[in-house]
Design a protein around this ligand. Structure first.
Ligand SMILES: C[S@@+](CC[C@H](N)C(=O)[O-])C[C@H]1O[C@@H](n2cnc3c(N)ncnc32)[C@H](O)[C@@H]1O
Length: 321
């Protein structure tokens, strides 16, 4: 099995010396031996590289608990399956389960979808449940009926990055120059992904991010998901909200609570988180594509009023009818 560095080098060699950004991000975050999430992340919160809303307040967990109870009522479920994807430190799942109270908790079967061994170990300190490596595996055990939620999960998927030129779009690639990865924009070698961003007029030079594997994740689960609802919470917004006055796009990394941009994003692959804003217009479009009922895109403040830092977050719900 190769190390992350070897995997990056092989990818560069196989692609004529330049790899698309999403290949880099996939290796840096998810390489089985050396990825940031798979191996190197210790925890999330003040002792980790970045902090998420659930570390700051139990209000988000309480609000999600309320949403889950409302959805269970709507589905007529007295006992039900709850799936959290990408539970991080486990503090959100813990707050959600607490919100059910001692008796209510006994009617909920909690499933956690997590690919990171270090984070699974952390989560086990806070919650009881059944862990899975893929949503399809969790849905199979739930016989297709489940209420699903996640916070800052989609933003950990690799994204493709594009730049508007006067005659179309180029795609961000990385090239090793004197041992350092450097940005270079080339004609996309693959078709442009399905995204709302390409339907708009942009100034030349505008950079945009598309989480193409999120669409594949949604497509992959749709056959196993028979009934229930899914609440998606993430950093981001509509296309308009994300890119208003942001010609350079939203790509960034986090290490030791520092926000890193530009070349710093490529400095320590596997040792820092890399992320971008999630485009909720794309999520809504993809949900409709798969025949799901799509709710309104809302500021997180409408779900959990007391959540600090909630202004930069949006949520949207989907229902499988
Ligand atoms: C940014 S953290 C989210 C933390 C947490 N939800 C919170 O609110 O604090 C991303 C989480 O998703 C997990 N993850 C990333 N990609 C995944 C995938 N494809 N399948 C399952 N888990 C994944 C990571 O290991 C991590 O637990």
């Amino acid at each position: 099995m190769s190390t992350g560095r070897q995997a990056l080098q092989s990818a560069l060699d196989e692609n004529g010396g330049a790899i698309p950004f999403d290949t880099f991000m996939g290796i840096a975050l998810h390489h089985p031996q050396d990825g940031y999430y798979t191996r190197n992340v210790r925890t999330i919160g003040s002792r980790g590289d970045f902090t998420t809303v659930p570390q700051l307040t139990p209000a988000l967990g309480e609000a999600i608990g309320q949403w889950l109870r409302a959805q269970a009522n709507r589905c007529g479920w007295k006992r039900f399956n709850v799936i959290e994807c990408g539970p991080g430190s486990g503090s959100l799942a813990s707050a959600v389960m607490k919100s059910f109270g001692w008796l209510g908790k006994r009617k909920v079967d909690l499933h956690l979808v997590e690919t990171s061994e270090p984070l699974r170990a952390e989560q086990r300190k806070f919650v009881r449940g059944t862990w899975h490596s893929a949503i399809e595996e969790a849905l199979a055990l739930c016989e297709g009926g489940a209420l699903i939620y996640h916070n800052e999960f989609f933003d950990a998927f690799p994204c493709r990055v594009f730049r508007k030129e006067n005659d179309g779009w180029t795609e961000l690639h990385l090239k090793a120059i004197e041992g350092k990865l450097q940005e270079i924009f080339l004609a996309p070698a693959r078709p442009l992904p399905a995204s709302t961003v390409f339907a708009r007029d942009w100034n030349d030079g505008q950079r945009v991010e598309v989480f193409e594997p999120v669409r594949e994740w949604m497509r992959g689960m749709t056959a196993s998901w028979q009934s229930g609802a899914m609440l998606v919470i993430d950093y981001g917004g509509t296309t308009e909200e994300i890119y208003h006055r942001r010609p350079a796009g939203t790509l960034r990394a986090y290490r030791g609570q520092q926000r890193l941009t530009g070349d710093e994003v490529y400095e320590m692959p596997g040792r820092q988180d890399i992320t971008a804003d999630v485009n909720f217009d794309d999520l809504a479009m993809w949900g409709r594509e798969f025949g799901w009922k799509v709710g309104q895109i809302k500021p997180l403040g409408e779900l959990a009023a007391a959540a600090p830092g909630a202004e930069a977050f949006r949520c949207v719900s989907f229902a499988k009818l």
